[in-house]
Design a protein around this ligand. Structure first.
Ligand SMILES: [Cu+2]
Length: 206
């Protein structure tokens, strides 16, 4: 009976521990994502440009922390305007070697939240949000923030599959334990030899 009690305690522990795992899994899936990256302004040959002119985000809404680093010998800016061309997010002119960090939320690819207000950003030709350098936009110092194609549908259904797999695992473990317990008592009760351990010892068996 002692082993039975131990097995029951193990079962109860598994069942009691499982809700906390579920909570942790759920908390991970709803946590607001943040993406930090650096955009570098530079001159290559005679052309002023952003070292990365396409920034892909995997989902929206997403909070972006952009550090603009001027790795050049002249001033540059990292700027986002709204659909009317009004400048909304702007580092201002950044001197050579300096950094400016901006923090804004891409609510959707057509809506940005910044400094307590929201605006519709200037759209990029291929989809996405345009950013540019004020003095060098005319010579092509332009980039965009876009959604990565495969993961653009908001809440991915894979999260449900993950949780379902989790529960299948838990139920599988519980069922295995249950069958182990049932088998133990079936074998024990169907065998005359192992009913009484004292009788066993009396016969000089282990
Ligand atoms: Cu520039």
């Amino acid at each position: 009976m002692r082993s039975f009690a131990l097995i029951m305690v193990a079962c109860l522990f598994v069942v009691a521990a499982s809700p906390s795992f579920v909570t942790r899994v759920s908390a991970q899936t709803v946590a607001p994502p943040t993406y930090s990256f650096t955009v570098i302004g530079e001159t290559v040959g005679n052309k002023q440009q952003f070292a990365r002119n396409l920034i892909l985000v995997t989902e929206v809404p997403i909070q972006l922390i952009v550090t603009f680093h001027n790795n050049d010998t002249m001033q540059h800016s990292f700027t986002i305007a709204d659909v009317n061309g009004t400048i909304k997010i702007n580092t201002g002119l950044v001197s050579p070697g300096l950094n400016v960090t901006l923090n804004f939320t891409v609510v959707s690819i057509t809506l940005i939240a910044y400094n307590g207000t929201q605006f519709r950003p200037e759209p990029a030709a291929g989809g996405g949000i345009v950013f540019y350098c004020i003095p060098h936009r005319g010579t092509g110092m332009v980039g965009s923030i876009a959604l990565a194609g495969a993961l653009t549908t908001g809440t991915p259904p894979e999260k449900g599959i993950l949780l379902r797999a989790y529960w299948i695992g838990i139920i599988g473990i519980a069922a295995t334990l249950l069958w182990t317990i049932i088998s133990y008592f079936l074998i024990k009760s169907s065998s005359r030899h192992f009913r009484d351990h004292r009788e066993h010892v009396r016969r000089g068996l282990p």
